[in-house]
Design a protein around this ligand. Structure first.
Ligand SMILES: NC(=O)c1ccc[n+]([C@@H]2O[C@H](COP(=O)([O-])OP(=O)(O)OC[C@H]3O[C@@H](n4cnc5c(N)ncnc54)[C@H](OP(=O)(O)O)[C@@H]3O)[C@@H](O)[C@H]2O)c1
Length: 341
């Protein structure tokens, strides 16, 4: 069986990665359609060895589409996802628009694919925030083993998480520093080249940023509403790959050795954890890879049952495009896609 797949946001960071992963994994597609704004109509985008001509979302008829991989931001998703779903396609959305909707499953296949069996009432499935995805992949097997009470996480998030404009800004500012040009800020609130910015998405009344709030509520929706999460989300001058320093407090005792063994056996996780020079992973090595890497697993002596971890993943792949395609594969494997071509 083969499915007609539309990629909305095909010219963006995530959309391009989606096209590349669909080709790489030989996704069973009868046709792949690349869609973006009218600005991009007629542009070529790569799909494996082939190229696709970009079509305008505004004028595209979704009748006959089985799966729509959506990565064009919340405003576009708010308007278009219900319309596309009404045409019979299952929409897998990367924006934050639908994640906390009670009728929309929020899915990381290695962690909670079974929620797909509960029904896809609106025809929309949400992909979690990139920082949430990699964290819950590492936390899930540890939660099963020793029950997590509380998580304190600080993120080191790459500029690609802010779209192609974010990557361009880091490049331009880095160059400007070297040639002593003025630093221009458009995408980020402060200089990002040779700097770090403790501010991602908007501030909420409580003082946390929306990115930090997303990590809290999404982790609770995916893993367990009883887990308390405190996040500090920071943008760093890295092009691709988010890193996280994660402190976890458990109900039950769990040693670093036991955690290491559990994580080694966990789906989607690769443990790189040697207590020697370079015995850990950094974002440069994680970029382009599918795994969520866990390093620096050690006891947190400041609480009774505590561990500290370093978690790194490619935010464009597992944090977005790969996770969305794995959701589509889960639908197929579970025979949950209505229409077969
Ligand atoms: N980057 C990440 O790590 C990451 C992780 C998880 C989730 N996400 C989410 O994924 C989405 C896309 O992120 P990105 O990083 O790929 O952004 P991006 O590089 O800025 O790309 C945005 C894409 O959306 C398209 N688009 C914008 N307005 C549109 C419209 N009115 N109609 C149709 N298409 C439109 C753009 O098309 P044009 O080129 O024609 O403007 C482009 O293809 C966002 O919701 C983001 O929050 C991103």
């Amino acid at each position: 069986m083969a499915y007609k797949v539309a990629v909305v946001g095909a010219t963006g960071n995530v959309g391009r990665e989606m096209l590349s992963i669909l080709a790489e994994r030989q996704f069973p597609a009868s046709e792949v359609v690349a869609l973006a704004s009218t600005r991009s109509t007629g542009l070529d985008v790569s799909f494996g060895d082939a190229t696709l001509k970009v079509k305008a979302l505004d004028y595209y008829d979704f009748a006959g589409t089985d799966i729509c991989l959506m990565s064009a931001g919340s405003a576009v998703s708010k308007e278009w996802s219900p319309k596309i779903a009404a045409k019979g396609a299952i929409v897998i959305d990367n924006s934050s628009q639908w994640r906390m909707d009670r009728d929309v499953p929020l899915v990381v296949p290695e962690v909670n694919a079974e929620v797909l069996e509960g029904g896809i009432k609106k025809g929309i499935i949400a992909n979690p925030n990139c920082s949430t995805v990699q964290m819950v992949i590492a936390l899930k097997p540890l939660h099963d083993a020793a029950t997590i009470k509380r998580v304190v996480v600080s993120t080191y998030q790459s500029v690609s998480g802010a779209g192609k404009d974010g990557m361009d800004e880091l490049f331009r500012q880095t160059r400007a520093v070297f040639v002593a040009d003025p630093i221009e800020k458009q995408k980020f609130t402060k200089q990002i080249a040779f700097n770090v910015i403790p501010h991602i998405d908007v501030f909420l009344d409580s003082g946390v940023t929306k990115e930090e709030w997303k990590m809290m509520v999404e982790t609770q929706k995916i893993l367990d509403p009883d887990i308390q999460v405190n996040a500090t989300c920071v943008r760093v001058p890295v092009f691709i790959g988010h890193s996280e320093s994660v402190n976890v407090e458990f109900e039950k005792p769990i040693t670093a050795e036991k955690a290491r063994a559990i994580l080694r056996a966990a789906p989607g996780v690769l443990v790189i954890d040697k207590r020697e020079d370079a015995g850990y992973i950094t974002p440069v090595e994680a970029a382009g890879e599918d795994a969520t890497y866990v390093s620096r697993i050690r006891k947190d002596p400041s609480v009774e049952n505590g561990l500290s971890l370093w978690v790194v993943s490619d935010n464009l792949r597992k944090g977005a495009a790969l996770n969305a395609i794995q959701i589509a594969e889960s639908l197929i494997n579970r025979k949950l896609l209505k229409r077969a071509a």
